[in-house]
Structure formats: structure tokens, C-alpha cells
Design a protein around this ligand. Structure first.
Ligand code: ADP
Length: 264
């Protein structure tokens, strides 16, 4: 593969600090990494970018409250009358020396942490109780997890005993100049039109006392810019891509529309 082709196949990511170096060092030294930050601020894209840069396969698992250790490790399945062991994404990643990304790890069931402990210390081992296998992770394997500390759910906090097994990096929405570049790049809308949109995003994120669970994500700003770039009017784009996704409350919608009017 030529260098130009390799570069093209790396998903676009604009660094906002020293996160790329941290990731590379963690990978080189076989250390797990935890990315903390709000939804839609670039964590997944960052991992995709780094996996491509390091030329490792990537297994991404979107964790949910029903996700169990067996979903990650694998299970026996009936195939054509025979039971056959099928590896889950974590096992595949360990076997292949790949990167495994557990998105929103706190959502997963408790038994998942038991599996992760021997993988995240110097043993770097995955125990597969069902088959009796004990896999030692090869050098290329890396465990990356993300969680959103903004959700103030006591039950869904990460246990210190698990947190303290990971290097950790805080992610936040990019600074305005970075966010303008990202939104313009992703949507194709010119930077002059992206700038007020990013300003609006900043204002919404600074709102206090409003019934918003979270500030507007970079992802939503990209949606709005994409609609504008396809010819949709500004107000309508902001309505469907920013205001409606953020709230169901009519009073809050009205307040957000007033905020839009101060910028546009
Ligand atoms: P998260 O995993 O934090 O929920 P994503 O990685 O899915 O968020 O980010 C949402 C979108 O925002 C991505 O698809 C990408 O288009 C964009 N994005 C956010 N930050 C960046 C960045 N620094 N560089 C490139 N794209 C970014």
C-alpha cells in the first residue's frame, strides 16, 4: 500500500491535546486506557483513528445494561446439530493482538469487570472458563474503554478498583477553533457558516439552570451543518439537529430558539 493510500484510509481526527501520544505510549507498553467525556465529543473517532494509525484491527463494543461477560468472551452455539465455540469480540481481539474498545463500559453488567481484571494488570490474560483456555494477550492487544462521568447515576459509577487499572484521559468538546475545523471538514459547510454554529454550541453548553441533561454534542453540530450544506434553511436545520434532539420540554425549546435568534 502506498503511503498516500495508507493516509487516506486513516479516519480523520483532529487532536485537541496530547491524546495521540498518550494512546501510542499506552499501546507500546501494553497498558489499558480509559477515555472520559461527554457523548459525541470524538472519543470513538479518536480510537478509530489511532487503531488505523497503529495498523491494528479494532473491535468496538457498544455496552448496554444487558451486556454480559459471555457476550464479550464468546459462547457455545448450535450449528447444524453440533455445538461449536464462537469467540466474542474481546476474545477475538486478544487472539489477534487487536484493539478492543468498550464504549460506555459502565453500562455493562457487573460480571464484565471480573473478566477485565486479569486482562488489565500485568497478567494480561483472558480466562475463558467455558473452554478452560487461558489466553495471554500478545503485544498488539490493547483495551480501551470510555465512560461519561456527566451522567450522575450513582449505580452506574465506575468502581475505583476498576478505574485504577486504566490510564485515563479526559475528553471534552473541542475548543472553538478546533470544533470549527472539525464541523467544516465533516459537513462540507464553509468555515464562515460553521463559526456561528459553533458559537451557538458554546452558548448552549454554558447554559445553566436549564433542563438540559447535556450540552449539544459536536456530532449534533455536524448534523446541523450537514443539513445547511445540503440547502436546508438555518432555523429548520437547528430545530431538527440541535433543539429537538436536546429537549422535549416546550419552554426549553422556546428558550433555545430565542438563543438562536441572538446569534442568527
Ligand atoms: P463519542 O464517541 O465521544 O460519543 P464520536 O467519536 O462518535 O463521539 O464523535 C462524534 C462525531 O464528532 C464524529 O463522528 C466526528 O465526526 C466528530 N468529531 C468530534 N471530535 C472530532 C475530532 N477531534 N476530530 C475529528 N472528528 C471529530
Amino acid at each position: 500500500m502506498s503511503l498516500a493510500m495508507q493516509k487516506d484510509s486513516i479516519p480523520y481526527y483532529r487532536p485537541t491535546g496530547n491524546e495521540c501520544t498518550i494512546f501510542e505510549m499506552a499501546h507500546t507498553n501494553g497498558l489499558p486506557l480509559l477515555l472520559k467525556g461527554p457523548t459525541g465529543c470524538g472519543k470513538t473517532r479518536f480510537v478509530e483513528h489511532m487503531a488505523a494509525r497503529l495498523q491494528r484491527p479494532l473491535y468496538t463494543v457498544a455496552c448496554h445494561d444487558d451486556l454480559s461477560a459471555a457476550d464479550l468472551i464468546g459462547r457455545y452455539l448450535l450449528r447444524g446439530g453440533e455445538t461449536e465455540w464462537v469467540d466474542g469480540p474481546l476474545t477475538r481481539a486478544v487472539r489477534e493482538g487487536a484493539i478492543c474498545y468498550l464504549d460506555e463500559i459502565v453500562e455493562a453488567r457487573k460480571d464484565v469487570t471480573v473478566v477485565l481484571h486479569p486482562l488489565t494488570d500485568n497478567r494480561r490474560t483472558l480466562m475463558i472458563d467455558r473452554t478452560g483456555e487461558e489466553l495471554r494477550a500478545p503485544a498488539g492487544f490493547m483495551l480501551v474503554a470510555s465512560y461519561n462521568p456527566g451522567y450522575q447515576n450513582v449505580l452506574k459509577r465506575m468502581k475505583p478498583s476498576t478505574r485504577q487499572r486504566f490510564l485515563s484521559c479526559t475528553f471534552d468538546f473541542p475548543a472553538p477553533e478546533d470544533e470549527i475545523a472539525v464541523v467544516a471538514q465533516e459537513s462540507g459547510l464553509d468555515t464562515a457558516r460553521v463559526a456561528p454554529l459553533v458559537r451557538l454550541g458554546g452558548h448552549i453548553r454554558n447554559l445553566s439552570g436549564m433542563d438540559l441533561e447535556e450540552g449539544v454534542s459536536t456530532r449534533l453540530l455536524i448534523y446541523a451543518a450537514t443539513l445547511m450544506a445540503s440547502g436546508m434553511a438555518v432555523e429548520r436545520s437547528l430545530d431538527v439537529a440541535v433543539i429537538e434532539p436536546l429537549t422535549d420540554d416546550e419552554d426549553v425549546k422556546t428558550a433555545l430558539r430565542e438563543l438562536v435568534a441572538t446569534i442568527y
